[in-house]
Design a protein around this ligand. Structure first.
Ligand code: FES
Ligand code: FE
Length: 379
């Protein structure tokens, strides 16, 4: 091979990585239950008593707004005999969370506040029940970009090191993400997709644009460099530029809304894509932000919740976001259809040893190495 030869093909993971329940169980334990997991939009739980139940790895996690205004996360399990406390995915309670089995009742701060005959109950050593020790099991929670991120690890990894640095590495300058003011934006549109595909297929698809020219006609109309030019496809983090005749990031390229107030001139008319491992995609365009959160439910099933975020002014005045939201909704449908087309064949003998990554996809190999490395770590 001479220095002018193109880089060679690189092997992918073998098909069993996408269909083997044991691989998925190891990923739940060593990835989703150990890393920071973007769980809910904080603004969805604006009022005290509002809660949302999410699946993180193998656990059910309850996120609830306290009467003091704080968001907290707990394992969704009653400390008495283990009944699931909340069986609804979201809702609102007044002051307490009451187990429907024997009525142990917890404050929104997780403390045990009531139970039948609580005053008469004693521990094995004869002491009264400690209401904190018998309270709900807390889960670490951080708020960033207007989302509540939770971590099941007893000692969570550095949030800055794992989450914030993924964004900084992609955008280069740590101050850029703040210019979009994401925490102050409002949800103008949301779609929840139930995708019959392994979560890694969805990550890999998001990481490359080799497929863009084939399956994303509307997106490549707006971002022509996604249709040609390998370098542009590999460095989408540097910001793909809108086509010269494109006024906005909309389904037909028509004008969108005013640019978000904080963004700089060099960020205008550009699209940035960021992957935050293990389950978040951030898409930045001048007038809105699109955030995907994945909830891997099974080896072949992933729920993706996608938020389109706009200024409060756009959302409060009920401006029409449909042309703007339709573009990425179309992209999502196209991408998820491709992932669903790939999932069933992962168990074929033809894919036992995997496929190949072309040069424009070579950065996916680093994702594969990362997953392999996480699963090799001693549990
Ligand atoms: Fe919840 Fe008994 S299991 S009160
Ligand atoms: Fe795509």
């Amino acid at each position: 091979m001479t220095t002018t030869d193109p880089p060679p093909l690189i092997p992918t993971l073998g098909g069993n990585w996408y269909v083997d329940d044991r691989v998925f169980a190891a990923e739940q334990e060593r990835i989703f239950e150990r890393m920071w997991f973007c769980a809910v939009r904080s603004g969805d739980l604006a009022d005290p008593g509002r809660f949302r139940r999410v699946r993180v790895g193998r656990e059910s996690v309850l996120i609830v707004r306290g009467r003091d205004g704080e968001l907290r996360a707990f394992l969704n399990i009653c400390r008495h005999r283990g009944a699931m406390l909340c069986t609804e995915d979201e809702g609102e309670v007044r002051r307490t969370l009451r187990c429907p089995y024997h009525a142990w009742t917890y404050g929104l701060d997780g403390k045990l506040v009531a139970a039948p005959n609580l005053g008469a109950l004693r521990t094995a050593s004869g002491e009264a029940i400690d209401r904190v020790a018998y309270g709900l099991v807390p889960v670490a929670l951080r708020e960033w970009l207007g989302y509540a991120w939770v971590c099941l690890a007893a000692e969570p990894p550095s949030f800055e090191g794992d989450v914030v640095s993924a964004v900084t590495a992609r955008l280069g300058d740590p101050t850029v993400i703040g210019t979009y003011g994401i925490e102050g934006l409002a949800v103008g549109h949301r779609v929840v997709y139930s995708v019959a595909a392994n979560w890694k297929l969805i990550v890999e698809n998001f990481m490359e644009c080799y497929h863009c020219a084939t399956i994303h006609p509307e997106l490549t109309d707006v971002l022509p460099e996604f249709a040609h030019g390998l370098a542009a496809q590999m460095f989408v983090g540097h910001g793909a530029e809108f086509g010269t005749d494109i006024a906005g990031f909309t389904i037909d390229g028509a004008a969108g809304f005013d640019p978000l107030p904080g963004i700089r001139a060099e960020q205008d008319r550009r699209y940035y894509a960021i992957t935050i491992r293990p389950q978040v995609f951030v898409n930045l365009v001048p007038d809105h932000v699109i955030i995907h959160r994945m909830y891997p439910l099974a080896v072949d099933r992933t729920v993706v919740e996608c938020d389109w975020l706009y200024t409060e002014d756009v959302v409060d005045r009920e401006q029409d976001v449909s042309r703007s939201a339709e573009l990425f909704h179309r992209v999502n449908q196209q991408d998820f259809a491709a992932c669903e087309r790939t999932q069933p064949t992962m168990s074929s003998r033809a894919y036992r040893d995997g496929g190949v990554l072309v040069p424009a996809e070579h950065h996916i190999a680093e994702f594969h190495e990362w997953v392999s490395h996480r699963l090799e770590e001693v549990g």
